[in-house]
Design a protein around this ligand. Sequence first.
Ligand SMILES: Cc1cc2nc3c(=O)[nH]c(=O)nc-3n(C[C@H](O)[C@H](O)[C@H](O)COP(=O)(O)OP(=O)(O)OC[C@H]3O[C@@H](n4cnc5c(N)ncnc54)[C@H](O)[C@@H]3O)c2cc1C
Length: 544
Amino acid sequence: MSDSHQPLRLALGDPNQPRIVILGAGPTGLGAGYRLKELGYTNFHLFDRHPYIGGLAASFTDEQGFTWDIGGHVMFSHYTYYDECFTKLMGDHFTLNNRESWVRMMDTWVPYPFQNNVRYLPRQATYECLSGLVKAQTGRGPIKSPAEARNFGEFIDAVFGEGIARHFMRPYNFKVWAHPPEMMNKHWIGERVAVIDIDRAIKNVVLGTDDFGWGPNNQFKFPLTGGTGEFYKRFGPVLDGHVTLNSTVSSIDVDRKLIHFADGRLEKYDLLISAMPLDVLCRDVIEGEVPQSLRTRAAQLKHSGGYMVGIGLKRPGGTPDTKSWMYFPEDNCPFYRVTYLSNYSPRMTPDKDNYFSLLCETSYSDLKPVKPDTIVEETIQGLINCGMLAESQRADIVSHWVYHADYSYPTPSVDRDDILADVIPWLEEHSIYSRGRFGMWKYEVANTDHTLMQGVEVVNRLILGEAETTIGMVYKVTEDGRNAASHERPAHAGSGEKRLAKAAAEAEAKPAIAAATSLGAIPVGDVEEADVAEEEPGVTRSKR
Ligand SMILES: Cc1cc2nc3c(=O)[nH]c(=O)nc-3n(C[C@H](O)[C@H](O)[C@H](O)COP(=O)(O)OP(=O)(O)OC[C@H]3O[C@@H](n4cnc5c(N)ncnc54)[C@H](O)[C@@H]3O)c2cc1C
């Protein structure tokens, strides 16, 4: 690795340490601050515009006593460091939950992984899904192989075939991403390597076998109280004296290394770690000698926003179902996913025996607008339309909660990596390290474990000179001596998890027909470890 900065290791005990400023008290910023503190580095400070810690991983308890996350957060760690951090801060203050995810469509429930359970669909649809899958996987579809696919849309066709694409993958992904799959690249799926086992899919239909992606090997931890945000809140005391909230950055003078806050405060930095959205940072916030082309490029990054609608209900017996979360590809409801949040911990409602909660997520973009004024009513009607609630249960709704995230999903658009390769190195030459879900814009490494580790790893790089692995960039020196970033997948698939590397190696060893893939979503069987990585498209690696 080469870097424009020498590692600051020597500065660890130096009273004149360079000033490190961190923007954003979400998992990325907290991971960076935590690691600096752990290393004994003292000259750093973290700022956030919100009055609370946690960013998109924060949680809120409403007046009726229901606790809500900003979208159902499921913690699946790929990192020992992250696990240790969780243990240190949470102790045994957590629940352990079985993952149980389903797809709701055609008035029926299909267990996840979808392609292994198409027998739950009406017979005609089962046939179409299976026939398309076989055609695609034997190279007889319109796109002969995933390697030939030019974008995510073609990738879906190449891997899953016409039936699954039409019935589930395309409508579902449009609801999640709020962008057509043809606008998205296929590389973001790279990490989720798995193999579609068509024999298994056929066997399940013909023999009527159940093939669920959950079980005792597929559990996730969740804070006992306070929702997902409780974990992040607990970084506050650790970073005491190093955090200032309610501080919105309005501009950054890159030449003078000076941050202007909306309240008039000024802050000097030597090195800046930023988790604010990269497009906003480049387009609106940085000032000084900034090339217009950089602003234009960054502004081309695409994202979706989201409305998180929580519906709290009264019901004797509490939660009526064991499901964790459910996917909704059809247009009879606005949301793409609903979580029985009250199943994650008995303390998510005022009283587990008499209440339950549903958290519903709806994405939007210019291409898929949503009406903010009616989203709650549309959500409730959607829950009724798809059989989650009876009309009579309207009367049992005792709480509704709405959170609007203007930045919810960083879209892995076809030109994203080229944009990042232009923008990130320029910023780093100016001592700005943009990291995190919207700082790095890499959805594939944008879960809480990834983002916290992006913060940890950038500190390890700055202080110890260690290479970052999660962001999946290889730093090179160009002929004229500047740093350049190329986006190559590291051996550990961008997550640092050895199990995935092993799975990838196994997948590579298989014949081409068993093409390596899993849709950000689709689980495809046959990988040794049962594992769920992603929050929404529901990547599962299920055991046989
Ligand atoms: C709907 C949804 C579902 C999710 N589900 C899961 C899941 O199941 N599992 C999982 O692990 N992860 C999940 N995530 C991802 C998780 O929330 C993110 O990984 C994490 O919050 C990203 O952390 P971050 O620090 O990079 O960014 P953020 O959390 O966005 O934090 C950035 C911070 O920067 C601050 N900021 C921005 N602009 C300024 C400014 N001008 N001045 C000062 N401060 C500023 C913001 O206030 C914010 O606090 C989900 C996210 C969403 C939206």
